[in-house]
Structures are given as C-alpha cells and as structure tokens.
Design a protein around this ligand. Structure first.
Ligand SMILES: [Zn+2]
Length: 158
C-alpha cells in the first residue's frame, strides 16, 4: 500500500491518525450536505506501522437500505459490508471496521443518549481492534470519540 498523508487527531494516549483524504471527504459532507436529514456510514482503517497509530483510511456513504431521517440515521449492513469486504481484500487483509460516522444538524456536534447507547453496543461486539472510533459531522465542527474498554471518550473537535 502506498504511504497515506494523514494528521493526528487528539493527544496523549487518546488519539488517532486520519488520512487527509478522509478529512477532505468529511469537510465535503459539511459543505454539501443539507443537514435536513442525517447521513452516515462506517469508518475503516488499519494499524499504520510508520505512524505507530491506527489510521482512519476510508469511509462508506449512505446505502439504499439505510434510514436517513431528520434526527436519525440507521445504518443497515447491506452495501457497507460489501464495501468493507472489498477494502479488506484490496488492502491485503489489512483494512478493517473501525467505527461509525453520521451527521448532526448542530454547529458543535454532541452525541445523543441514543448515539452513546448504540456506540457502546457496537463496541461490545467482536472487533478486530480494541478501540473503536465514532465521528459526528456537525455544521461547523467535526467531533471524534473513541470507545476503549467500554469507556467513551471525546478525542477532539476539528
Ligand atoms: Zn446522532
């Protein structure tokens, strides 16, 4: 795999590398999404040895079966799973599921109680990495959270 340009989000023991391409896509969503209904998808990444960090390298976007409502985004498996499988194969079985992203019609995004419940439920499932990442794209800022050992922590808002 070729080297990916990235930035580090967060600091100390709670941080993650994010590919500039992913940041650009998230900023594009901010600029072009109407925010009248929520949008979302999965976050894909791998452990990047040269950085010594997990790297968020790819995103999926809403698929046909997903439910995009005013205050709700429900991601279904169909579509996202196929994209994930293709990324896994193409990367030499390196890229894996790293979490979820969705939009909020809020300047500075705050996870709802339902978001937190869903995230914790997802984190309890068998995963390839022991940390999962959750991103909410707000109208002004993009928030990053992580769940490790069932503990939800905010990483950063950019
Ligand atoms: Zn939400």
């Amino acid at each position: 795999m070729q080297k990916t340009d990235s930035i580090i989000i967060g600091n100390g023991n709670i941080k993650v590398a994010v590919a500039l391409e992913v940041i650009r896509k998230l900023r594009d969503i901010q600029k072009t999404h109407s925010f009248r209904i929520e949008s979302g998808g999965i976050i894909v990444g791998y452990y990047e040895n040269s950085l010594g960090e997990l790297l968020i390298s790819d995103l999926t976007f809403p698929q046909a079966d997903d439910v995009c409502r005013r205050y709700r985004f429900v991601r279904k498996t169909t579509g996202h799973q196929e994209i994930m499988d293709a990324l896994w194969e193409k990367s030499g079985r390196k890229k894996s599921y790293l979490g979820e992203w969705h939009t909020h019609n809020q300047g500075i995004p705050i996870p709802s109680p339902l978001d937190k419940l869903n995230w914790k439920k997802i984190a309890k499932r068998e995963q390839n990495f022991d940390v999962l990442y959750f991103v909410i794209v707000g109208t002004d800022r993009i928030g990053f959270w992580a769940i490790h050992d069932n503990m939800l922590k905010q990483i950063d808002k950019i």
